[in-house]
Design a protein around this ligand. Structure first.
Ligand code: ACM
Length: 522
């Protein structure tokens, strides 16, 4: 008889038995599953704060409407059907409230920057401090993620809401943490875009780039150019009805995003990707003949007649009308994949569009191809392929990093993914997470990087659920790439935290890809 303890076969009565099963103790559940992971965090679950009908959200008397709105947002989250629990608080004469969640603006806390916050949770109340309303809002999202996922079920009766106690101090790594929705290849109605806005807010994303025009569809009402939507907005990839935002709908969308501290960045892609405009107005074509509408998915074949006065008038009208209803500082002019113009024509056009955008008091953004033009330092280049972004970085300009091999949300997860494309890469969740913007593009150091953005092109996505399946969970991974310092980001830790978000995603009605790389907790 040959008897050993572990690992070596145990032979009893001549028969070889499998080694005894060694059961490891289950790892302790993580104390939190906050995404993006905060800069500094110390929590205890042994002492808790229970949030009930005797808990109040309080703000200082005389705070700005924006701060009050953050308080009201929190109240709505905690007590969706109850009367408002927001009470005023005077620093001189504290109101007699019991358990409280107090929001405090401390403009002197310079280390918190424009979006950071400082959260303290005791068993008798919460203090959330920030320099700005945006910082308070991000702190509220952290409170939301510390609460049980039932907080996402407003209709659930008898919700038990509690928080661990402790402290979190948090600031973002990058100023720009964005997502791009292509609403041109297929159109997304405003309600669907708002649902994306809400999901972005949960993960502290702050820029929504809307790709409003392309070969297949023009999606924004321009009052001086009504045919852009009447003709150019009438269809989509594969044919069938298209759609567009009226100016009122667009303004409403911009305001909704602003209420979640998200800036809308409009893009009108020029001088290529313009077939929808060319089909609407013959004078934008050099031969003055409007081409037919286009419902395929090729790129690069269209171009405005860039040296004509008619095109300059068109650009001025479009940039003026959209800028007037966009409070954010940015106007994206596309500039990618131009195959029909000479290099000189292209550069001349980009430089004249830059003047138009700046005259409308916006910073111009363009895809990487614009780098060789004489760009002013305030112009922003959006990297998407290995390209010449470093040229703009070298002149002191800022770069948004959107590598098509890491951040393109329309790439397939793997060869079995039905939706999406694979011309750049397959991008599994780990690929979307495990890279560092500061070392990704030679010649573009961290100081030149404004931030990161995940573009979601819509050649293959027809419904909101399709868009969501490609966006989630990779957008959540990108949110952490943009917010958290790289020293704090570990894939093995992230995947566990992400797994704990399945119930939250489901409660929010978000379709998401159940990657086998993630231990989902359902
Ligand atoms: C792009 O993907 N054409 C920017």
């Amino acid at each position: 008889m040959n008897k050993t303890l572990f690992g070596i076969a145990l032979v009893i009565g001549g028969a070889t038995q499998p080694p005894p099963l060694v059961i490891e103790p289950a790892p302790a559940p993580p104390l939190h599953s906050i995404i993006p992971v905060p800069a500094a965090i110390a929590l205890s679950v042994t002492e808790q704060l229970v949030i009930d009908s005797g808990t109040f959200v309080v703000v200082d008397r005389g705070v700005s409407p924006e701060v009050k709105a953050v308080g009201q947002y929190l109240v709505q989250m905690l007590w969706p059907s109850a009367s408002p629990n927001l009470v005023n608080w005077s620093g001189d004469q504290p109101a007699r409230v019991g358990k409280h969640i107090r929001l405090i603006v401390e403009t002197g806390r310079l280390e918190l920057g424009d979006e950071g916050y400082d959260l303290g949770i005791r068993s008798d109340g919460v203090t959330l401090r920030a320099r700005t309303p945006a910082g308070l809002f991000h702190g509220v999202q952290t409170i939301r993620q510390l609460l049980p996922h039932s907080v996402e079920h407003p209709a659930m009766v008898d919700r038990k809401l509690w928080l661990p106690t402790g402290n979190i101090t948090d600031t973002p790594r990058f100023e720009w943490r964005g997502m791009m929705l292509d609403v041109s290849r297929h159109f997304l109605p405003p309600a669907d875009v708002k649902k994306f806005v809400d999901a972005m807010a949960l993960y502290k994303l702050n820029r929504l780039h809307l790709h409003l025009s392309d070969d297949q569809g023009w999606r924004i009402e321009i009052k001086s150019r009504p045919k852009l939507t009447a003709i150019g907005g009438s269809t989509k990839v594969g044919g069938g009805p298209g759609g567009f935002y009226t100016q009122e709908e667009y303004r409403n969308l911009v305001a909704y995003a602003a209420s979640r501290f998200i800036t809308v960045v409009p893009e009108i892609d020029m001088p290529a990707h313009t077939n929808a405009a060319l089909a609407s107005y013959p004078e934008l074509n050099c031969d003055k003949i409007a081409p037919p509408l286009y419902t395929g998915i090729s790129v690069g074949f269209s171009a405005l007649c860039v040296d004509s006065a008619a095109v300059l008038r068109f650009v001025k009208d479009v940039v003026r009308e959209i800028s007037a209803m966009t409070p954010g500082n940015y106007f994206h002019v596309g500039g990618d994949e131009v195959k029909k113009l000479t290099h000189a024509q292209y550069i001349r056009f980009i430089e004249s569009v830059q003047q138009v955008v700046n005259a409308n008091e916006k910073r111009m953004i363009g895809w990487a191809e614009i780098s060789p033009a004489a760009l002013v330092p305030g112009t922003i280049v959006q990297n998407w392929i290995r390209d010449s972004s470093f040229v703009h970085a070298a002149r002191g300009g800022k770069i948004i990093i959107s590598p098509s091999t890491r951040a393109y949300l329309d790439m397939k997860y793997d060869s079995t993914t039905i939706l999406g494309q694979n011309w750049a890469a397959y991008i599994e969740v780990k690929d979307a997470y495990d890279w560092d913007p500061a070392t990704f593009i030679p010649g573009v150091p961290e100081a030149s990087i404004l931030g990161v953005e995940g573009p979601l092109w819509s050649e293959t996505t027809m419904t909101r659920e399709d868009y969501e399946l490609l966006a989630f969970p990779r957008l959540i991974a990108l949110a952490e790439v943009g917010w958290s310092q790289s020293a704090l980001r570990k894939w093995e830790d992230f995947r566990i935290r992400l797994g704990a978000h399945a119930k939250r995603q489901a409660a929010l009605g978000l379709n998401f890809y159940r990657s086998s790389q993630v231990p989902w907790v359902h």
